[in-house]
Design a protein around this ligand. Structure first.
Ligand SMILES: *[C@@H]1O[C@H](CO)[C@@H](O)[C@H](O)[C@H]1NC(C)=O
Ligand SMILES: *[C@@H]1O[C@H](CO)[C@@H](O)[C@H](O)[C@H]1NC(C)=O
Ligand SMILES: *[C@@H]1O[C@H](CO)[C@@H](O)[C@H](O)[C@H]1NC(C)=O
Length: 482
């Protein structure tokens, strides 16, 4: 098996994007460590210096934006970068929502805020208003976590070593407590945590720490958790992709058979991260990779790929016309170029420490990849037992974490918790059209699909995702036909 197809498959598994640009820091810390900055910064605990006056190219808006750093570890000088967008109307009456992207190691700023549900999307040198921005319903806090992601950094480069789910959850908790010192009026606000993909690990573990913390001292007013195409139980989630590929025509009958019988995907990933891939798994993955091809977006099997991004990895010259469709499949290129503009970094109060460029997914972070095998569905169960409402939603065109695995996991969890079905499996509506399907258990645990949506749901179905988000915040069942 060639190393490039290895890389591709691995990235499909772990990262929220296959469209990674060429790695800037080829030798990771060995090269980048030389850039270590020795001057340390001191961050004020007031929010006034974090206020964004104006992002280059942005239209005029009536809401406030803030961006800056919160130090989570003084010894190693670990600082996490956030971007906070107040609600468009009447922010003081709206909840606070923390958004986290996955990876592990991908940016909530670049993916979440600028490609999914933030107020703007970059296009050339300007920012276009997103009419379905989630700040229509909430005050949105985007956090680049853990250190090494986006503009977040550790001055002491050992801070990038062996970063685990546990370290990430702890740093996120410290971040939020200190962020509340900057924004005291949000401290007692209704708080929701949302995100996608590997955030299926980050969010339940963070929420669980909050619940534990609250038992000693009630600090976090946690009202609910929403997980989009999340990794919740590694084997169920990863093995559902074989059937998804097969039923969507991406692989043949015979390949489906070997992908389920000879070597399934969870076995392959588990071998890969232990540094040994058996010949049988190599062979199966080569066949799967050949048939699915890299010219289909695995995060939405109906979408075209951004040719420039794919080519930067595959180095095949094969120019293709842009066909004027409404979804910008090259949004990631736009974001990378925008967030690397010096004037943008200045406006965001952002710095590059130990890296030369802002990247969508980190090249410097050394994450404990075997943590992917920790089953967070059980943590979701304990959140529900503690009275925290949970929504698991799935973009139904995603083959990376397919809806079928998530639906099975939620259904099984409801059974284990003894929760009866309170909303039987039914369609829900966004406007006059079906937005997807939903089922609720015990009025506290909900599963929903979003029809026609990618792994990054708000990216390809912004209007439907906003309907889903609003229902979630109001803890109402998804809309039925009028
Ligand atoms: C900024 O900090 C000041 C002083 O603590 C506080 O009164 C104000 O509410 C904060 N602004 C926001 C948007 O939270
Ligand atoms: C995947 O493969 C492993 C190892 O061969 C096996 O234990 C597991 O049952 C398989 N899972 C599925 C869903 O086939
Ligand atoms: C769930 O349904 C079963 C069977 O209808 C019933 O016996 C049980 O009381 C219900 N549980 C709750 C919590 O409503």
């Amino acid at each position: 098996m060639s190393s490039s197809s290895f890389n591709l498959v691995t990235r499909i598994a772990i990262c929220t994007t296959i469209l990674l640009l060429a790695q800037i820091c080829l030798f990771y810390k060995n090269v980048c460590g030389n850039q270590l900055q020795h001057h340390h910064h001191h961050f004020s605990s007031s929010n006034s210096s974090d206020l964004i006056v104006n992002l280059p190219g942005q239209p005029k808006v009536n809401f406030k934006q803030f961006a800056g750093y919160v130090t989570v570890d003084q010894k190693k000088h670990k600082s996490l970068f956030y971007y906070f967008v107040e609600a468009e109307l009447d922010p003081s009456s709206k909840p606070l929502v923390l958004w986290l992207n996955g990876g592990p190691g991908c940016s909530s700023l670049g993916v979440g805020a600028f490609s999914e549900n933030g107020p703007f999307r970059p296009k050339g040198n300007i920012l276009v208003k997103n009419e379905h921005s989630w700040n229509r319903e909430a005050n949105m806090l985007y956090l680049e976590t853990p250190v090494g992601v986006g503009y977040s950094y550790s001055v002491d480069i050992t801070g990038y070593d062996a970063v685990s789910d546990a370290v990430t959850a702890r740093d996120n908790l410290v971040f939020l407590r200190r962020w509340f010192n900057k924004f005291p009026q949000y401290k007692h606000r209704d708080l929701f945590i949302t995100g996608e993909s590997y955030a299926g690990h980050y969010i339940p573990q963070l929420a669980n720490l909050m619940v534990q913390f609250n038992k000693k001292e009630k600090v976090f007013n946690l009202k609910g958790v929403a997980l989009g195409n999340p990794v919740l139980e590694f084997a169920t989630d990863f093995n559902s992709r074989a059937e998804y590929f097969w039923s969507h025509g991406l692989i043949s009958d015979s390949t489906y058979k070997i992908f389920t019988k000879a070597c399934n995907y969870s076995r392959y990933v588990s071998e890969y991260y232990r540094g040994y891939v058996s010949p049988v798994c190599s062979k199966v993955m080569r066949q799967v990779g050949m048939e699915t091809s890299k010219f289909v977006d695995k995060y939405d099997v109906t979408l075209d790929v951004c040719i420039s991004s794919v080519l930067s990895q595959s180095k095949i010259i094969s120019p293709q016309e842009q066909n004027g469709e409404s979804i910008d499949v090259c949004i990631e290129d736009e974001t990378v170029s925008y967030l690397n503009q010096k004037d943008v970094q200045k406006a965001l109060h952002a710095r590059l420490v130990n890296v030369r460029q802002w990247t969508v997914c980190s090249n410097i972070l050394d994450y404990e990849l075997l943590d992917v095998e920790i089953p967070t569905i059980t943590i979701v169960g304990s959140l529900v037992k503690n009275g925290i409402p949970v929504l698991v939603y799935s973009g139904d065109q995603d083959s990376v974490i397919p809806l079928t695995g998530s639906r099975t996991l939620v259904h099984q969890l409801a059974g284990k918790l003894g929760l009866n079905t309170t909303t039987p499996y039914r369609v829900w509506f966004a406007g006059e059209q079906v937005g997807g399907w939903t089922e609720s258990y015990g009025n506290i645990l909900t599963f929903a699909t979003v029809r026609g949506a990618a792994h990054e749901v708000p990216y390809s179905q912004p209007a439907r995702s906003l309907v889903l988000f609003k229902s979630f915040l109001e803890s109402r069942p998804l809309p039925q036909m009028l």
